[in-house]
Design a protein around this ligand. Sequence first.
Ligand code: ATP
Ligand code: FE2
Length: 332
Amino acid sequence: TFILGIEGTAWNLSAAIVTETEIIAEVTETYKPEKGGIHPREAAQHHAKYAAGVIKKLLAEAKQNGIEPSDLDGIAFSQGPGLGPCLRTVATAARMLGLSLGIPLIGVNHCIAHIEIGIWKTPAKDPVVLYVSGANSQVISYMEGRYRVFGETLDIGLGNALDKFARGAGLPHPGGPKIEAYAKEAKRYIPLPYVIKGMDLSFSGLSTAASEALRKASLEDVCYSYQETAFAMVVEVAERALAHTGKKEVLLAGGVGANTRLREMLNEMCEARGAKFYVPEKRFMGDNGTMIAYTGLLMYKSGNTISLEDSRVNPSFRTDDVKVTWIKEEEM
Ligand code: ATP
Ligand code: FE2
C-alpha cells in the first residue's frame, strides 16, 4: 500500500509517501514569520505558494525510488485541529490530487498522527501518551475504540506558554529551546503556581507569574523554575493516567518533547513505576508529512476513507472524536 500524506496545520508544510514499513520520500517547506508569532493567513499563503512545488518534488523523489503516481492508493491530509486558513489550503491540494488520480481521500486527526508515528517508530505498543506541542497539551491513551483524553490544558498549550513567557523576557521565537538553555545556568528554585484541576492543566497563570518573577530574580532562575513547575505538572498527570489505566508504557510526542529535562523527569517517573519510556527520533516529534501519511495508511487499510463532501476541515477536531478503526483489541 502506498499513501501520500500532507501536513499543514500550522507553520510546517510537509508531504510524504509511505508504505507499511518504509518512508519512500518526504519533502518539507517551513514558514518562518519575520517576527513574533505565526500569522494564520500568512502561513496559509505560504502553504498555497509552495504546495505544488512540494508535491512535485515529492513525486520526483518517489520516482527515483521506482514509485509512480499511479501506484498511490490514497491521499491523506491533516483535517484538524489547526489554523483554519492553513487547513483549508492543504485540504484543497489534497482534493485536487485525489480527484486527478482517482483515489480516495483520508482525513487525518493531527494529534492522533503524532501518536501513531511514535508507535510506529518506537517499540511502544499501547502507551499513555504525553503530547506536548505549541498549541496542544494532552495526556492520551487508547481505550475501547478511541484515543481517550485523560487530561489536557484548559487554556494554552505548554509550548505556546513557554514561547509567550520567552517573548516577554525578550528572547527570540521559539522560546522553548532558549528557556532550556538558560535553565541549565540556574542557581535556585523560585516557587511558581502549580495548577492542576482534576486531571487538567493550566499554564497561562504560570506564564504571568514567571514574567512577574523576573523583576526580582535572574532569567536563569526563572527559566529553571518555570520548567521544573510546568514539567512536574504534566508528569503528574501522565503518572496518574498510568495508575488509572494500568498501562506500562509512556510515549512522548510533540515539539516540547525535545526538552532534555522533561525527558529526564518522565524517565524517572517511569523507572519508579516500572513502566517503559519511549521517545521517537526528533524528526518525528514536530509536525511532519510522514505522520499524516502513515496514519492515513492505517486508516485506509481499515476502510476509513472519506468522500469529497466529508472532506471539510475542522480547526477544533478533537482527539476523542475519532473512531479508531485500525486497532484490533485482541492484538494488543
Ligand atoms: P501542534 O500543531 O501539534 O500544536 P506545533 O505546530 O506547535 O504543533 P511543534 O513542533 O510540535 O509545533 O512544537 C513547537 C513548540 O515546541 C514550540 O512552542 C517550541 O517552543 C517548543 N519547543 C521546541 N524545542 C523545545 C525545547 N527544547 N524545550 C521546550 N520546548 C521546546
Ligand atoms: Fe503538531
